[in-house]
Design a protein around this ligand. Sequence first.
Ligand SMILES: Cc1ncc(COP(=O)(O)O)c(C=O)c1O
Length: 435
Amino acid sequence: MASQYRTPAGVELTDDLVAEVRKDFPILDRTVNDQPLIYLDTGATSQNPLQVLDAERNYYLGANSAVHRGAHTLAVDATDAFEDARRTVAGFLGAAENELVWTSNATEALNLLAYSLGNASDGIGAEAARAFALKPGDEIITTEQEHHANIIPWQILAARTGATLRYVPVTADGLIDYQAAENIVTERTRVLAFTHVSNVAGSMTDVAFMVQLAERVGALTVLDACQSAPHMQVDVKALGVDFAVFSAHKMLAPTGIGALYGRHELLEALPPFLTGGSMITKVTMTEAEWMPAPIKFEAGTQRVSQAVAWAEAVRYLQHLGMDRVHAWEAHLGQLLAEGVSQIPGVRLLGPSVGQPRAGLVSVHVDGVHPHDVGQLLDQQGIAVRVGHHCAQPLHRALGITASTRASAYIYTSTQDVERFIEELAKVRPYFGYTD
Ligand SMILES: Cc1ncc(COP(=O)(O)O)c(C=O)c1O
């Protein structure tokens, strides 16, 4: 219903329209240390518009109940809301509704997948699951650019099955080394897991190239779409990946929910991860039979209000239009990159100025610990992320231990970016550096 939105559909985002968008995000009106809040930490978690908060509240006010269980009216209403939400979110991502498994977040989605592959390797599941079994000599490939969530589950799967975990290295700029990837993906490769947008470098992966490498050798592809789906059109079918993971809280929705996309035939063949109530058709004292996917992967009482709220977040983004969201953020990303790279002693990580980048930059401030950078910025009301951003291998490859990241979204104005650059430029002089 367009009238619930302040911005007209189909127009380019500008600072004037961003000012309208911001009215849906009351938290952005608060002050921090007596300064207006400038929120540049969406890469960690986004803020929620009123429409999303209302959707969650209204669900509790009018339909709260356990789904897929009761025969009473509330239970039916809740189940309808839950499955409608699945259709909306799946549709937004280009998936069919039976191809989207609700999880707690992207981390759980990756763990679910790795654990299920491990279960298949242990002989759990029907005959079709045997095709997933990993063994010594097989290889799982991920990249040096990944968030720990796309590393550690694969380490555990490798340890569990005897398979070898290998990494596509990054270049000196922290970008995926595609040439190296060509040699690393071989007939031994069973899984190729990679991020769509780096949460540190801000670079965008050539998904088509990676998919083609995997297809050549029949390996499964796993896309970490945490930093892409909130900011650009992601169509899992068009991208051609086998699996993809998402976190709702990075795309205007509440915490507590994420999703695993899997091609339907793959989800059908995979054995479950968590087991218990709701995911079964029959249980005896010795064994159980499972529901079809995706319910097979959704054991226990589900996160219904979060699903409903996520669907509302998707509608909000659809109203703005993902192409426009992406164009605005790409513009802000370039402003950020240009601004920080002109500050003496500040090193821009990831793509250089003018190269494609998402709406985020990470920087290394020579001689100043990122926590000190973060504290000085916070004194000015500016919220950024400091530390290793759950990407220690990438930082190590870049020769640093931590960095400072500013990440933009639909509520970020060019003034926010300018204020950040202005205050970042004061950090080294504050610590006595004069170059
Ligand atoms: C690229 C990437 N992958 C995975 C994750 C994990 O997301 P979550 O903590 O919501 O599971 C994040 C979150 O920062 C991320 O940026």
